[in-house]
Design a protein around this ligand. Structure first.
Ligand code: NAD
Length: 340
């Protein structure tokens, strides 16, 4: 039985990246049936919404989606499709691995951290109001249930992926109740993994300095929503920026895999954009589907093509286009066939 996957090409450079990624994933030899679902700018005109209900139904049915970036129209009244998807499908965990890659200019060459960000609460719950005319208040929501759920996700990820340590990141010295509860929840879950996965915690400001000074000391980080947002971009910066950063939003009933970058409209249709981040998001999807060996083959093929530097896109100093990069990755996969 082929795996049926919802494929959302998205806006701007999205369709070209989605096509490149689909070709690479098909080249693994795993059978996929791609259910293409348009969303974004085009469907605002044709269906009155950037996130039609049929897209959500498709993901609920297939449980797994691969998604290109979607433009968030400014000032149109439509909320971000990305936030809408997370909320509608309760995708509570945002996963962003950041790993150095030979051939990608950056200040470090030995970073390998995985950011696990809580996706549903904290200051992102969007509860804020004016207090009179000259003061505003935002409410930070942290619950034991959501904190324990994300901590368990981080530990389970560590176990499943052979990682050694989970670091909880917080500001519990100042926000003793909210961040205190997050830290306490992480400690509760850590006890279940004692002897298998190491556990430690860091205050978020110190964490940022440590990541810049000694990134090699860190492995899996688990953070509440806002710190997770900020620290995941810091981690992407350590390994060469958003163009090569994959991501996943995972819930109990569905998972959506997508690159961290946006739709880069100025490069749309030019066969210029780098598909690395979306292909690596596809590799995360393979792992989620239970194909760790195929995921590693795809990652190794991408890394080899980037390191070699002969078929890279403009952002990495090359002159190859989106499709040409995918051709090079497919050729690498063909040269290193599956071992099972
Ligand atoms: P962006 O990531 O689209 O682009 C910023 C710049 O980064 C581009 O101009 C380009 O120079 C470079 N870049 C990004 N991706 C690249 C790639 N794959 N290859 C080569 N270069 C690449 O960020 P933005 O301009 O702030 O956002 C554009 C639109 O995308 C906005 O509407 C925003 O809301 C949306 N967005 C969507 C998502 C998502 O769908 N998950 C995420 C971020 C932004």
């Amino acid at each position: 039985m082929p795996h049926r996957i919802t494929l959302i090409p998205g806006d701007g450079i999205g369709p070209e990246l989605a096509e490149a990624t689909r070709r690479v994933l098909d080249a693994t030899g795993i059978a996929f049936e791609w259910e293409v679902q348009d969303a974004g700018e085009a469907t605002i005109a044709s269906e009155g919404s950037p996130l039609p209900e049929r897209v959500l139904e498709s993901i609920r049915r297939n449980k797994v989606a691969l998604k290109g970036p979607i433009t968030t129209p400014v000032g149109s009244g439509f909320r971000s499709v990305n936030v809408g998807l997370r909320q509608a499908l309760n995708l509570y965990a945002n996963l962003r691995p950041a790993r150095s890659m030979a051939g990608v200019p950056s200040r470090y060459d030995d970073v390998d951290v995985v950011i696990v960000r809580e996706n549903t609460e904290d200051l992102y719950a969007g509860i804020e109001h004016m207090v009179g005319k000259d003061a505003a208040e935002s409410i930070k929501i942290i619950t034991r249930a959501a904190s324990e759920r994300i901590a368990r996700f981080a530990f389970e990820y560590a176990v499943a992926n052979g990682r050694r340590k989970v670091t909880a990141v917080h500001k519990a010295n100042i926000m003793k109740l909210s961040d205190g509860l997050f830290l306490e929840s992480c400690r509760t879950i850590a006890a279940d993994y004692e002897g298998r996965i190491e556990f430690e915690d860091r205050i978020v400001d110190n964490m940022c300095m440590q990541l810049v000074q000694k990134p090699e000391l860190y492995d899996v980080l688990v953070l509440p929503n806002l710190y997770g947002d900020i620290v995941s971009d810091l981690a992407a910066g350590l390994v060469g920026g958003l163009g090569v950063a994959p991501g996943a939003n995972i819930g109990t009933d569905a998972a959506v895999f997508e690159p961290v970058h946006g739709s880069a409209p100025k490069y749309a249709g030019l066969d210029k954009a780098n598909p690395t981040a979306m292909i690596l998001s596809g590799a995360l999807m393979l792992r989620h589907l239970g194909y760790p060996e195929a995921a590693t083959r795809v990652e190794d093929a991408v890394r080899a093509v980037v390191a070699e530097g002969r078929a890279t896109t403009y952002d990495l100093g090359g002159t190859t286009g989106t499709a040409g990069f995918a051709d090079a990755v497919v050729a690498r996969l063909a040269a290193a066939p599956a071992t099972r």
